[in-house]
Structures are given as structure tokens and as C-alpha cells.
Design a protein around this ligand. Sequence first.
Ligand code: ADE
Length: 255
Amino acid sequence: MSWQATVVTLFPEMFPGPLGQSLAGRALENGVWSCRTEDLREHGLGRHRAVDDTPFGGGAGMVIRPDVADAALAATQADATIPCVYLTPRGRPLTQADVRRYAAGPGVMLLCGRFEGVDERFLQARGVEQVSIGDYVLSGGETAALVLLDACVRLLPGVMGSEQSGVEESFSDGLLEYPHYTRPAVWDGHEVPEVLLSGNHAAIAQWRQAKAEETTRERRPDLWSAWLARKNENRTAAVGGAAQADLRGLRRIPT
Ligand code: ADE
């Protein structure tokens, strides 16, 4: 059974787009995943197939109607166990943990908005997750959907080489990656950090860990605080566990 991406959009021709190339494209050809689209316009109302209307309460822009969005969702006949995700700058930020959860399941149903958004009643009534790919506003959810799919597809079994799964591991410990260098050892007068040429694997690992921590502290104070908090929690748990073992007489306390 392949991993199933279903996308409800006004622009079905935007899919698979760039995901028809490279690793994701090969996986698509090999049936590792599939990409279906449902054209929202086909469920529009009247002669003009209207999908949107003016917002209650006034204001700029148009809102996608709940009945139209629901008809499109029903037409996909997507399995009810598949997470349904609406891409919107109002959503919670997409994380690698979400991506891992989506990739581990049977697939995703993605709803791409245009205009001001989708009627909130539809999103609530159908249990739609609202997800943002970052704190900026795109012209529509399609490019955000492509980003989400790319992040999921690379995690599907057999899509990536083993060396790249290591990259995922290193991000998943909560730190940004250390910097990378390759030949030539001196380029334009700039040298590669000496430790990387030393052949001392322990020293290299230590240097990379220090660089990962330094980069995260400088660039992502949010990730850095979370990482420190987790580290402290682990330390407290380890100390607490050892103390409990001592209390139960499981470990002899040197006198
Ligand atoms: N649609 C418009 N902007 C978006 C964003 N930042 N994330 C997800 N969907 C969007």
C-alpha cells in the first residue's frame, strides 16, 4: 500500500510540481507514494462555480464556503483515519515531529486555501488540523502543501539513502546541525577547521556537538531553551532514578 497524498486545491496542476523530480519523483514513479488532487472549483456553486463569498461582519477579501469545502472533501473519499490538514498562516507551526507522525501513517489530506481563508465552522466540524509552515504569508496554501509533502515523502521507507537518514536523526535531537566542509582543504585562502583533518573521531564528534550547540544558541534561542530544559529534565530524572535505586538497596552506597 502506497502512502497517499490527496490535495484539495483550486490549482490541481501545481501538483506534484517539483515533487515529480529527484528522489520524491522517483518514489512517485515507483509507487512508494501517490498524489491525487481534487479541484475545489468543480464543487463551486452556480454558473460561475463560486467557491467563496464575502465575510460575515464585513472586511476585505473573500472566504471559502463551508458547503463547497465539504463537498470537495467528501468527493475525495479519503479514509477517515487520514489526517486532514488545512495550510494556513493561522495554524500551529509545522514541526519535524508532525512530519514524522504524518509519514508514519497511511497519508495526508491537504486543503489549500486562497483568499482570506476557509469558513471556520467547516474546519471545526470536520476535525481539520490547521498548520503553518512559517511566520510569513504566502499567496495560497499550495506551496505550503508542497513543503509539507516533501518533508513527509523523504521519510518514507526506501526514499532516501542511509547517509541522509542520519541528517534527520541529528535534527531530531533538537539542535541545528554543525557546519560541513569538503575539498579543497584550503579554498580562496580559507582553511578547513584543523580538527576535521586530524582523524581523531572523538575530537571531531566533540567539535561537531559544540558547533551544533553554538549555532542553535545563536540562531534559534527557542530551540536552545527547549533543548536545555530537556537536558535538565533528563539529568533530574537520572539523579532521581539513582537515588530511588539506592533507597531500594539496589545499589550499594560506598561508605
Ligand atoms: N498559506 C499562506 N501562508 C501560509 C503559511 N505561512 N503556511 C501555511 N499555509 C499558508
